[in-house]
Ligand binder design. Structure first.
Ligand code: OAD
Length: 253
């Protein structure tokens, strides 16, 4: 584990901020064994997103897409949240207001105990009917039939996630932007900051006067915006930062 060396202002912000928001990406689940999307060996280096993460790809071959999502679902099911997810849940318990805004679809933040979770890109455990009834179903792994059909109307179900070229759920992006505009401290954890509109959320927070703290294994386009970037694995860095913030006031508060 590398040494965590935040600015003194970062520890003050962690201690003193009452309204906190966090934006997370695939990197926070890397230590749970889930692959990230970009970089060496990332998902989009191995797979063609046009075939697997667009509506056109799904309509062309729903079996292929569902089989791929089922494989990912199995990986998520067989692992669980890590220390980084738990640290953010602990931070929520200490703050007056907290919003956990995530691009991840794995559901690990809720599993770790986070309560106010805003899922910008949907959730892999939900399936949505493509017919008129729009029923949402929760599906376990593995799927008994591929592709799965709606129990109510028999139409094709799709993963209830956001694909390339699709808009984000209005409620989720509205809540995310509102939380960013209202927070004193914004954490940006394990995201490359390259996918819009999620990547604009820290910009809103900064413009509204929040202290922006980035945690990542390497610099990103958001590093210039951040007041501090702490480089290392989120599962090491976040618990260490919380410990430092505790140490400075000498109690758990
Ligand atoms: P990316 O794969 O683009 O970026 C992952 C980030 O996590 C990178 O900046 C890594 O440096 C960092 N990282 C890796 N391991 C880490 C660790 N242990 N601790 C901290 N940071 C670590 O993933 P996202 O930014 O989440 O969208 O990608 C955004 C969206 O692009 C995804 O939601 C997905 C994808 O296409 C859709 O599928 C719609």
């Amino acid at each position: 584990m590398s040494e965590v060396e935040p600015r003194a202002e970062t520890i003050d912000a962690l201690r003193g901020s009452r309204r906190v928001a966090a934006l997370t990406g695939a990197g926070i689940s890397a230590e749970s064994g889930l692959e990230t999307f970009r970089g060496k060996g990332g998902i989009w280096e191995k797979y063609d997103f046009n075939k697997l993460a667009t509506l056109e790809g799904f309509l062309e071959d729903p079996c292929l897409v569902w089989s791929w999502y089922d494989e990912r679902r199995l990986g998520i099911y067989n692992s669980g949240p890590n220390m980084a997810h738990e640290a953010l849940a602990e931070l929520e318990a200490r703050a007056d207001e907290f919003a956990l805004i995530t691009q991840n679809i794995d559901g690990y933040h809720r599993e770790a105990g986070s309560r106010n979770v805003i899922e910008l890109h949907g959730n892999i455990w939900r399936a949505r009917c493509m017919g008129g009834c729009q029923t949402i179903e929760f599906r376990e792994v593995p799927l008994s039939t591929v592709p799965p059909l709606c129990k109510r109307c028999g139409e094709l179900l799709r993963p209830d996630v956001v694909w390339f070229g699709e808009p984000l759920p209005t409620d989720a992006i509205d809540r995310g932007l509102a939380a960013a505009a209202a927070c004193d401290l914004m954490l940006v954890v394990g995201t490359s900051g390259t996918v819009q509109p999620a990547a604009s959320i820290p910009v809103y927070a900064k413009r509204s006067g929040a202290y922006v703290l980035e945690v990542n294994t390497e610099p990103t386009p958001l590093s210039k915006l951040a007041d501090d970037s702490v480089y290392g694995k989120a599962g090491d860095v976040l618990p260490a930062l919380l410990e430092m913030a505790r140490g400075r006031c000498g109690h758990d508060g």
